[in-house]
Structure formats: structure tokens, C-alpha cells
Design a protein around this ligand. Structure first.
Ligand SMILES: Nc1ncnc2c1ncn2[C@@H]1O[C@H](COP(=O)(O)OP(=O)(O)OP(=O)(O)O)[C@@H](O)[C@H]1O
Ligand SMILES: [Mg+2]
Length: 262
């Protein structure tokens, strides 16, 4: 197995041109790459999923996302922190569901199940033709997926992207969310301009681990909340739309527990 230290931020000549940046990156390494995570990354390297983890794209409370490389291609490597604080930031209904579905009770096990869930949902959404990063691999708390971006870096989040045609953006959101609901049978549950990237003039939905099946008792309320968020956003951009219109356009009335249980 390759040595983890050679994989995470491998020594590149250009790194030495900016010592301060390097020190900052080291801090990130210490924060996220505990021993168990380094081992998980080594495993993904020996599986051929990545050759290296290059630099941080984003670091937050629950984990970090890094750019990685395999051969001539880039990957996004999402690392969930293995800490019992992680689940404080996650929606309780989703954690409850995870606990019911998996036999694991310890936090580590739940984090691994959470990572696997994100991988599974990304696969289901990819198959349904929704624009999401294609999932490539996962091991323990580490997920390897398609990198959305260019040599300049990761694509901006929708909230930071310059949008000059809000009507088209709305149509696109209707199409993507409509496929999520109608074909993948999932409700995102945390949809906002923070969890949608804007790449090559199109949207890419990310951060899907908390999604629920359209038959989930909370699914309809979650969809309504997601769409209210986005109706406000699109309206502010200059294309007025109501949450009800949005809901109808994505086929929201099909969402909810089967009639017999309702
Ligand atoms: N596949 C990807 N390609 C490029 N950038 C990505 C990708 N996935 C995530 N990112 C970047 O990482 C950030 C965080 O990713 P994500 O939303 O999945 O994680 P999170 O756990 O919600 O973290 P945060 O709490 O910081 O939002 C995104 O806002 C985006 O900038
Ligand atoms: Mg997010």
C-alpha cells in the first residue's frame, strides 16, 4: 500500500514557492486527515480511485472537499469527519432513518453509512440523468466523485455565479428537480444556491446525502422548503416565480407516502 503521506498533498515543486500557503494546507491536513482517514485514502489509492489528494476546495464543520487526481483526470474527494459532533449539523430525520436502516450505533459506523449513502444517491441521480457529480468510489468516510471545475479551480456555487438569464435558470432547475423527483424518486432536502454549482452555464446539484425517498413522510414538506428557497432566489434574480408554481412544475403532487398510508 502506498504511504499516505506521499498521497496527501504530495510534494510538488510549486508548493515551495508559497510557504505560507503550504503551512495553511498543513493545518488542514492535521484537522481532517486523522490516522483512520489517511488509511482510508491509502486504500482508495491502492484501489486505483485516486493517485493523490492535491489541495482543499472547501472545508466545513462536517468535513472537507479536496481536489484529487487519477491519471490525467481530476476528482473531488469528500472527507467526512469522524467525530461525534458531525451529526449535530445533520437533519435529525435523516440520521434517524440511517440508524433504522443500518445496524451501526457508533458514530464512526454512522459516518461510513452516511458516506455510502451519498455515493448511492449520486449513482441513482446520475442514472436518472440528473446533473450531479458522478460517484467513482467510497471507502469508510471518504467519497471520490467527479470534479466539477476547470484548471482554474472548482466551479462556483450558484449563489456566487453570475446569472444573466434567470428564466433559463428556472427552466433548468425545473428540469433537474423534476428528474430527481420523477425519475430518481428522491427529494434533495437541503437544496439551496449553496448546494448547486454552476458549471459551463448549467447547474450541477451536490451534497445529496440527506436526500429522502419521495415516499418518505417528510418528503413533501422538504420539497416545499427546497422550492420555496429557490423560488425566492430566482425571483430575486428577476424571474418572478411562486413556490406553488415551482411545486407543480416539478411534479410535486406525486410526492408523499402511498395513498393507503396517507
Ligand atoms: N464534485 C465537486 N466538484 C467541485 N467542487 C465540489 C464538488 N463537491 C463539492 N464541492 C465544493 O465543496 C463544497 C462543499 O461541498 P458539499 O456541499 O458537498 O459539502 P458540505 O458537507 O455541505 O460542506 P459545507 O458545510 O461546507 O457546505 C461545495 O460548496 C463546493 O464548493
Ligand atoms: Mg453543502
Amino acid at each position: 500500500m502506498p504511504r499516505a503521506e506521499d498521497v496527501v498533498f504530495p510534494t510538488r515543486p510549486e508548493r515551495f514557492e508559497d510557504r505560507r500557503k503550504e503551512r495553511q494546507q498543513r493545518k488542514v491536513v492535521d484537522q481532517f486527515f486523522d490516522h483512520a482517514t489517511l488509511l482510508a485514502i491509502s486504500r482508495l489509492v491502492s484501489q486505483g480511485a485516486i493517485d493523490a489528494v492535491d489541495f482543499p476546495i472547501s472545508t466545513g464543520k462536517e468535513g472537507g472537499v479536496f481536489r484529487g487526481t487519477v491519471g490525467a483526470e481530476w476528482r473531488a474527494v469528500k472527507v467526512y469527519r469522524i467525530a461525534n459532533t458531525t451529526f449535530r449539523h445533520l437533519p435529525p430525520y435523516a440520521v434517524e432513518e440511517l440508524k433504522r436502516e443500518t445496524s451501526v450505533r457508533n458514530f464512526g459506523g454512522l459516518v461510513f453509512a452516511w458516506t455510502r449513502r451519498e455515493h448511492t444517491y449520486l449513482g441513482r441521480l446520475t442514472e436518472a440523468g440528473v446533473r450531479v457529480p458522478r460517484p467513482y468510489a467510497h471507502f469508510r468516510n471518504v467519497l471520490v466523485m467527479e470534479f466539477v471545475g476547470t484548471v482554474e479551480g472548482a466551479a462556483p456555487r450558484l449563489k456566487d455565479a453570475p446569472i444573466d438569464r434567470p428564466a433559463e435558470l428556472y427552466e433548468e432547475l425545473v428540469r433537474e428537480i423534476g428528474r430527481m423527483v420523477g425519475t430518481a424518486h428522491l427529494v434533495h432536502g437541503d437544496l439551496s444556491p449553496y448546494n448547486v454549482l454552476y458549471f459551463e452555464d448549467r447547474v450541477v446539484v451536490i451534497d445529496v446525502a440527506q436526500a429522502v425517498a419521495t415516499t418518505h413522510p417528510n418528503a413533501r414538506a422538504l420539497l416545499q422548503r427546497d422550492l420555496a428557497n429557490f423560488a425566492r432566489f430566482v425571483t430575486r434574480l428577476g424571474h418572478p416565480v411562486t413556490p406553488d408554481e415551482f411545486f407543480a412544475a416539478v411534479g410535486g403532487e406525486t410526492v408523499g407516502p402511498p395513498a393507503a398510508e396517507a
